[in-house]
Design a protein around this ligand. Structure first.
Ligand code: CA
Length: 224
């Protein structure tokens, strides 16, 4: 899952990127509102962590412009302890949640999980399809009750597929959600990982769940 972090304090910006990457998110980090507005149209983020107090274009202004442009990506605001007005304005302007600084990193992670669940219409971080179970928090996979060992990248792609099960996803869309701007591998790398996933998940394990839709991309679904 891919996140945009907008935070002007360089140390906190670096720390957020590092800790979120350790939690297996792919992260683009911006220091200003105008950088954020540059990053947003070219990517498909699964959530945005947005500091309210930014020099120049404020976090609230970034949020307003996003929503006016029809961008409905979940937004978590970072606000000051005395920023009640910002929080109310932010929620009214379309923010999905907020955290008051200073915050515990574990709480940030928990709030992000809630936003991502809600956005996908799921009630749990344990997602299932047929006899496949993917635990997005523990990052474990089972098929037919048996554990399946995946690499980190394989898991990232499977997580995106199962969060969007039944939806045909183009290679570009998959790569835009799984890799950040630093990645230059191109979308055909998705094909390589899909091959690995099929080998581990589908071969000799009952009905195929990963399907190719010619000219469109891939879809995870149970075919009847
Ligand atoms: Ca700030």
């Amino acid at each position: 899952m891919r996140l945009l972090v907008v935070e002007d304090e360089p140390d906190l910006n670096r720390l957020l990127k590092k800790r979120l990457e350790e939690a297996h998110y792919s992260v683009d980090a911006c220091l200003t509102g105008s950088d954020a507005l540059d990053c947003l149209p070219g990517a498909e983020y699964d959530a945005v962590v947005l500091d309210v107090m930014l020099p120049g274009i404020s976090g609230l202004e970034v949020l307003r412009r996003m929503r006016n442009a029809g961008n409905g990506v979940p937004v978590l605001l970072l606000t000051a302890r005395d920023g009640i007005e910002d929080r109310v304005t932010g929620l009214d302007a379309g923010a999905d949640d907020y955290l008051v600084k200073p915050f515990a990193f574990d709480e940030l992670l928990a709030r992000l999980r809630v936003l991502l669940r809600r956005a996908g219409g799921h009630t749990s971080d344990v997602l299932t399809l047929a006899d496949l179970t993917v635990d997005c928090t523990a990052r474990t996979v089972r098929r037919g009750g048996e554990p399946v060992a995946l690499s980190s990248r394989e898991f990232d792609i499977l997580e995106y597929l199962i969060r969007n099960q039944g939806v045909v996803l183009s290679r570009e869309r998959i790569s835009r959600h799984v890799w950040n701007y630093d990645y230059e591998g191109g979308s055909n790398v998705v094909d390589v990982y899909i091959r690995y996933l099929r080998k581990k998940l589908d071969e000799g394990r009952g009905p195929r769940l990963i399907h190719t839709v010619r000219g469109a991309g891939y879809v995870l679904r149970e075919e009847v």
